[in-house]
Design a protein around this ligand. Sequence first.
Ligand SMILES: [Zn+2]
Length: 389
Amino acid sequence: MNSPDSEPHERGLRCGRILTMHKDRPLLEDGMLLIRGERIAHAGSYRELKKTCSGPIEDMGPGTLAPGLINAHTHLELSHLKGRTVQGQGFAPWVRSLVQLLPEEVNQASLVGAVDELKECGTACAVDITGHSPERVYPLLRESGVDYLLCKEVLGFSPVKSLREVWPRSLDPDRDSRISLSGHALYSTHPGNLQLGKTWANGKKRPFPLHLAESPEEVELLTTGRGGLADLLRAALLPEDYVAPGISPVQYADQLGLLDKGTLAVHCVQVGDRDIRILNERRTSVCLCPRSNAAIGVGSAPCRAMREAGIPLCLGTDSLASNSDLDLWRELVFLLETEPDPISLEEAVGMVTVNPARILGRYPELGTLQPGARARTSLVPPEVVQRLA
Ligand SMILES: [Zn+2]
């Protein structure tokens, strides 16, 4: 039995409104969280809970307190490329400029700065994709205090016989359940390699992110084998005998068996009604990256149609190679500015809390402020509240 001295430290957090994201009591007016150690013990009104708190009560003021944010798509290893890629001219020029910069190794200062940006906006967890610098990103994430899912990216058309070829020494997925694989994209990676990664992820019950239907050039390449992206990749990545599948990215991913509820489809800008139906039938979640899409110039995702279909939506900043910062609240503000239909507070905040927590298999520990959840919080900025229904 614990002696009284070893009881977890108790404290209270009071705020004008607390968005618990719990279905029974989603919004607490003049709310309070009673926190023991790292976990929420009770969530209720200040009046109910003030007398039961044995520790200090911090008053956060009249704002709205939400669960800690989950950034569903980043690439921290590209943080040193902020402001250095070609933007606003479409996907192929952006990729060309990125590829030219890739030999340059990420420096510690830009990595640390990027993690600081995550923390400053109240990020509790980030889904980070690593291709070439896991040995730099992984230790930093582990000691950062930001929870994570770190995905080693599968990329390239050389057929992989065993996943042992894919895992770097610095990542041991058997020792850390917060490590998974991700597929780079249909246009850049051998379909068999994508299937191998997806099968592994399903076997481990871990999420499998995949860049999907990001740009018009991706659609052109997959449907016709031609276009700016095909020209760029034919020189270095696409095999000489490459034959385009002749169907849309979502339909091709489905044909390969890559879509199910464990897949996080990232971007999904170029999707039509049939694609949305497939995503919905497969119960695949979608991560929108609206500012990255706007910066590169690939269009904007049909958010309204996906919302109407009931597809679980998350938000990601993508990397600093296609965004100005890693502030997920700013990502949400941008989405709300560009989305013509009204969105409620719960639905909007759900995209950066509950929805990604579910796909990560971390609900309700993350993404909510209910008893038992981790005591990670973020204040909703006024710019978000002003734009809500
Ligand atoms: Zn990405």
